[in-house]
Design a protein around this ligand. Structure first.
Ligand SMILES: [Mg+2]
Length: 205
């Protein structure tokens, strides 16, 4: 069923525009801290929801560091800690090419909607400059909401006066796609790039 042309594309960031794996952070810290078990370190962060607090702007990186330093008796300094925390991303080249293409065509309004924190977005804009092609950015740590919460999708729709039917979300997490779809936004669950292009073709043609 087709209900009108796509005018707006909302891109997810992590594992859509670029890839990431927090494994590199946990492993990196464990390489510096002989007694640290990376799985235990990870579990603590997730159980205490420290990752969620960071991306919703309720925890500063300095405070995350202090908490972890105390709990695990870390010897690593703050700058090494932050360096490892940021260095977890790599380019998704086909998606980079796709973004450059749609940015050139100027057929769609482009948006970035990401669950992220200040250090990660700054690192990405510096190291993956193609992301800067998207000027409209809705970042969880700034708006203090995160996907898949419907409120963040409603916020985007209202702020930019978007017609949900003419808006497409591209996101690697099905729960985000489902949440957006429940508000009438079109969604593509991003995994393999070829399958993404196939689904996109069906939607826009
Ligand atoms: Mg993602």
């Amino acid at each position: 069923m087709k209900t009108g042309k796509i005018e707006n594309i909302i891109f997810d960031l992590g594992n859509t525009l670029c890839f990431y794996d927090f494994y590199y952070f946990y492993e990196g810290i464990s390489r510096l801290e002989k007694k640290l078990n990376p799985a235990e370190f990870r579990r603590y962060i997730i159980n205490k929801k420290l990752d969620i607090k960071l991306i919703t702007g309720r925890l500063a990186h300095k405070d995350l560091f202090k908490k972890l330093k105390k709990k695990f008796n870390l010897k690593t300094g703050y700058s090494d800690f932050i360096f490892l925390y940021k260095d977890i991303f790599w380019e998704n080249t086909p998606m980079k090419n796709f973004l450059e293409q749609v940015s050139n065509e100027k057929k769609y309004k482009l948006f970035l909607l990401s669950n992220t924190c200040s250090h990660h977005i700054n690192y990405i804009c510096k190291n993956f400059p193609y992301v800067n092609l998207i000027r409209n950015r809705i970042l969880s740590f700034k708006v203090k909401m995160k996907k898949p919460d419907k409120r963040i999708f409603r916020f985007v729709i209202q702020k930019y006066k978007l017609n949900p039917e003419k808006t497409l979300l591209i996101d690697d997490l099905m729960e985000n796609v489902k949440s957006a779809r429940s508000l009438g936004i079109k969604g593509i669950h991003y995994s393999k790039h070829k399958s993404f292009l196939r689904q996109l073709n069906i939607l826009i043609n």
